[in-house]
Design a binder for this molecule. Structure first.
Ligand code: IDP
Ligand code: MG
Length: 139
């Protein structure tokens, strides 16, 4: 069993599809064990995406991620990191498989509806970025 971090990005919040996206997790046996809605400051968004700071899309990505509220959640389940990535679909929605979140809700390669941790190690770092220990409870 693993925990992974999910973010519903500002484009999906704007499209009013939070519930539909959470349903994708639930129907794939990922349990939402923590969740909150918040607005990232520029500094926090830059820090979260620091790994991409040398990429040409970094500044636009930070602008996009601060353009509205996001919903961050911790998903828990068997093989949760990979399972969430599979449910999300490819970064570029044009390459995303049918039935994935990005196929259904992404606008383009930047405004692609969701973030998901890409490894167990990063999941731990990203969960700690947003949640305190007493905000996550697993029975
Ligand atoms: P991922 O979200 O599928 O893990 P990453 O390569 O880690 O994809 O990129 C982080 C985020 O940066 C993407 O989800 C997307 O919002 C944005 N992004 C990635 N590649 C591009 C690009 O080529 N142009 C614009 N934005 C991009
Ligand atoms: Mg990534």
């Amino acid at each position: 069993m693993q925990q992974t971090l999910s973010i519903i990005k500002p484009d999906a919040i704007e499209k009013n599809v939070i519930g539909e996206i959470l349903k994708h997790f639930e129907k794939n046996n990922l349990k939402i064990v923590a969740a909150k809605m918040l607005h990232l400051t520029k500094e926090r968004a830059e820090k979260f995406y620091l790994i991409h700071k040398d990429k040409p899309f970094y500044n636009d990505l930070v602008d996009f991620m601060t353009s509205g509220s996001i919903l961050v959640s911790v998903l828990y389940g068997e093989d949760a990191v990979k399972k969430n990535r599979d449910i999300m679909g490819a970064t570029n929605p044009e390459q995303a498989d049918k039935g994935t979140i990005r196929k259904d809700f992404a606008t383009n390669i930047e405004k692609n509806a969701v973030h998901g941790s890409d490894s167990l190690e990063n999941a731990k770092i990203e969960i700690a970025f947003f949640f305190k220990e007493d905000e996550i409870f697993i029975r």
